[in-house]
Structures are given as structure tokens and as C-alpha cells.
Design a binder for this molecule. Structure first.
Ligand code: GLU
Length: 280
């Protein structure tokens, strides 16, 4: 049975790019006679707002989509993501990182946009010494949990040998390349278990067979594929679709308020007209 999902984070209003993504997943489910699941990925309580979630549901209904109830809201399942993290921690795959964003940026010599899905500073510094760690813990300093690629390699061997089946852009068997991302943050200082692991846990729990999403998340797939291997979870088929570009040739982003579905709707656009514009 084909099972796919649309998994927005309520950190802003949906724009045309999200509509394209949701419709692509929806159509794939319809074509396969499968199931379509809506999941609210609101682990980041520093950025998610209930009013955005309400607007997302309204926008998707307006688009003509229907989904199964109850909708899984990740903020209500934190313990499950923390449990997955402790499994990794207990087997030595995670280490504490006390460095601040500023320190990391200085280390990397570059900054990336805050909306970027992964922390791509390719940090590979490894854990600090046991004495320093004990001292920092005693001082109550905040820390993140990073996934140690070295430990993952010890466990699994060559990480680039991990593969997934891609049915979207550049289809075929794709090799994960988690090494490019360095030791990624899995548990954040402020919110704990973050999107990357929560999404992997939920995709498995909800029996997702096909992940349909934008190609901006393709790098994330490498780390998610690695997490699946380490957590003993199945790997779905992935369909990364090209990102929809605006009239200026740039991708739509949550910060461009002008093209939100809410505003298009208020301006009198019909769902049919939008679907036609998006090629559905
Ligand atoms: N929640 C993610 C986002 O809104 C999407 C995650 C996914 O589709 O895997 O960017």
C-alpha cells in the first residue's frame, strides 16, 4: 500500500511552493490508490505558531485535499523522539556539543540562512575531553547532541554505501553522503530532539512508503537515511521534486509574504486557477 505524507512546519504561512509539494504528494497517492497523511512538524516551539497551523489546515482544505484524522502533531510526541535519541546515546553514537552558534560560525568562517534545513557547517570536532565536559556540565552550560560520524562508521562501515531509491529529480539509486554534513545536531540546545530525527521516527511509525518533498531537503535525506540505518528503521522511497520558482526566478520562501495561499485566496484566486497554474 502506497502511503505518503505532507509534513509542513507551522513556522509561517504556506506559499505556492508548498501547494505544489502538497499537490504532488496528494496526486501520487490518488494515482496509486494509496493513503495521504498530513503531519504537523512543530518540534521547534521557538518558531511554530498555532495560528500558522490553523491557516495551513484551511489552505489545504481550500486546495481540495483531505487527510486522515487525527493529525499527528510532533509537539505531542516529544518523548518518542527523545527515546530514539537515548537509544543512539546509549550506544555511543551521540556526543555533547557546548559550542555556541557564534563559535561555530567563527569556526566555519561562514553563515547560512537560518531557514536552511541542515546545519551545514560540517562540524567534525568530536567531543571535548571528559574533564572539560564535567566542568561545563557542573556549570550548567547548555549543550546540543551531535551524531558522531566516526561512531556511525564504526557501526556501519562506509556510510556512502547507504542508498535510497529516488523517483524524483535524478531518479535511480542514490547514495547517501552524510560525510559532507559533518557531525549533525540531532538534539538542539533549546528544543531537544529536532526535525531530522522526529521526521525519521514518524515516517517509520506511520508506515510512510513514499516521501514526496522538495529537493531542498535532499541533503537532509543523507542524514535521515543514516538515522534509519542506526535506528533499524525501514527506508521509504523518496521523490524529491524540483522547487517551484517565482517570477523572479528565485524559490519561494516563507519570508515572501506576498505569495501566501491565504493572500491569494483573499485576493479572489480560486483553487482551480492555482492548480492550473501549478500544472495540476
Ligand atoms: N517539515 C519540513 C518542512 O516544512 C518538511 C519535512 C519533510 O517533508 O520531510 O520543511
Amino acid at each position: 500500500m502506497f502511503v505518503t505524507r505532507f509534513a509542513p512546519s507551522p513556522t509561517g504561512l504556506l506559499h505556492k511552493g508548498h501547494a505544489f509539494s502538497a499537490l504532488t504528494a496528494w496526486n501520487a497517492a490518488q494515482a496509486a490508490g494509496g493513503r495521504f497523511i498530513l503531519r504537523i512538524e512543530d518540534t521547534d516551539f521557538t518558531r511554530c505558531r498555532p495560528e500558522y497551523e490553523a491557516a495551513i489546515l484551511e489552505d489545504l482544505e481550500w486546495l481540495g485535499l483531505a487527510w486522515e484524522a487525527p493529525v499527528r502533531r510532533q509537539s505531542e510526541h516529544r518523548a518518542e523522539y527523545e527515546a530514539a535519541m537515548s537509544g543512539l546515546r546509549d550506544t555511543g553514537l551521540l556526543y555533547r556539543c557546548f559550542r555556541t552558534r557564534k563559535e561555530l560560525m567563527a569556526l566555519a568562517g561562514m553563515a547560512r540562512h537560518a531557514d536552511d534545513p541542515v546545519d551545514a557547517w560540517a562540524f567534525t570536532g568530536g567531543p571535548i575531553g571528559a574533564d572539560e565536559e564535567a566542568a561545563r556540565l557542573a556549570r550548567g552550560e547548555a549543550f546540543a547532541w551531535r551524531l558522531s560520524l566516526a561512531a556511525a562508521r564504526d557501526r556501519l562501515g562506509d556510510l556512502n554505501a547507504l542508498t535510497w531509491r529516488e523517483e524524483g529529480v535524478d531518479p535511480g539509486l542514490r547514495h547517501a553522503a552524510p560525510e559532507r554534513l559533518g557531525d549533525m545536531v540531532i538534539g538542539r540546545k533549546d528544543i531537544g530532539a529536532g526535525y531530522v530525527i522526529a521526521s525519521v521516527v514518524d515516517d517509520a511509525l506511520q508506515g510512510i512508503t513514499h516521501v514526496v518533498r522538495g529537493e531542498d531537503l535532499i541533503e537532509t535525506t543523507s542524514i535521515q537515511r543514516l538515522l534509519q540505518a542506526l535506528l533499524g528503521l525501514p527506508t521509504p522511497v523518496y521523490h524529491h521534486h524540483p522547487l517551484l520558482l517565482g517570477p523572479d526566478g528565485k524559490r519561494y520562501a516563507k519570508r515572501d509574504r506576498s505569495v501566501t495561499l491565504t493572500e491569494l485566496r483573499a485576493a479572489g484566486m480560486t483553487a482551480e486557477a492555482l492548480k492550473a497554474e501549478l500544472g495540476f
